[in-house]
Design a protein around this ligand. Structure first.
Ligand code: GRF
Length: 261
């Protein structure tokens, strides 16, 4: 379904083609909320959250989805299955649900399960994830939640931030779309650093969706600009590409001077 032809999408008008997408969540859902707010304000252009799926019961993100009038599904891992089979089974059930909505792409917004199998092929280059560090640093298996920020502090990093990247077969390894950086400040705890980064995530996830739409050529050209002040965009707003034609990530630098070192 990720390869849905443009003809399968309905358009409100020429400026704002409707672009349905799915959001996968596991927790509070503040990043989902940022997307819902952006959709309501018109910032997402024609992009619409068509479906929200949680792999955990009790995830407040499901409430946020329902409050916004969105279809919200709970699809839990089958704990009777061995790990690999469990991941595959969950991924396959998610794929079926997502395909029903004709979603063009999938956003992992604080989704803790690992996707495996056909969903990665069906939606190749069309699944993005937000991670609370400056990947490739502090990513990979086991790097989530407070553990990420604790590791950043223990390593004495001067800067941290968040990354929106395309999901591939690995964990936190896919091509980076954009990053937002924050300083690590004297006296920071994992909680205080997490809070500073979380604030930036809410901008990054919206910009990440806009950037994906631009790269996939789904939006009306010029109608869905990412934020200015980036290092990924060259003269006349043209993306910067390396020798292989890969686009450089957009990197937002901190505006606060680092005082830690
Ligand atoms: C965020 O820190 C995100 O980077 C990580 O999970 C957290 C989700 O937060 N992948 P929320 O549920 O969106 O508030």
């Amino acid at each position: 379904m990720g390869k849905t032809p443009a003809s399968a999408r309905c358009g409100l008008n020429k400026q704002a083609p409707v672009i349905p997408f799915a959001v996968l969540v596991s927790g509070n859902g503040t990043n989902l909320q940022a997307l819902l707010d952006a959709e309501r304000s018109g910032r997402l252009g024609g992009a619409r959250v068509a479906l929200v799926i949680s792999d955990r019961s009790g995830a407040f993100a499901l409430e946020r989805a329902k409050q916004a009038g969105k279809e919200a599904l709970l699809i839990e891992p089958d704990k009777t299955l061995p790990k690999d089979e469990r991941r595959r089974d969950l991924s396959d059930r998610i794929l079926v649900a997502v395909q029903k909505t004709q979603a063009e792409f999938i956003v992992l917004a604080g989704f803790l399960s690992i996707l495996q199998g056909p969903i990665l092929k069906n939606y190749e280059g069309r699944i993005i994830n937000i991670h609370p560090s400056l990947l490739p640093k502090f990513g990979g298996p086991g790097m989530y939640g407070e553990g990420v920020h604790r590791a950043v502090l223990e390593a004495g990093e001067a800067t941290s931030g968040c990354t929106v990247h395309i999901v591939d077969q690995g964990t936190d390894t896919g091509p980076i779309l954009l990053q937002r950086t924050v300083p690590v400040l004297p006296g920071d705890t994992p909680d205080s650093l997490a809070e500073r980064i979380h604030h930036e995530e809410h901008r990054a996830i919206v910009d990440g969706v806009l950037e994906l739409i631009r790269r996939l050529g789904l939006g009306t050209q010029g109608a869905l600009p990412s934020e200015s002040g980036t290092t990924g965009t060259g003269a006349a707003g043209q993306p910067v590409k390396d020798a292989e034609g890969t686009e450089a990530p957009i990197i937002h630098q901190p505006t606060i001077t680092n005082q830690r070192k």
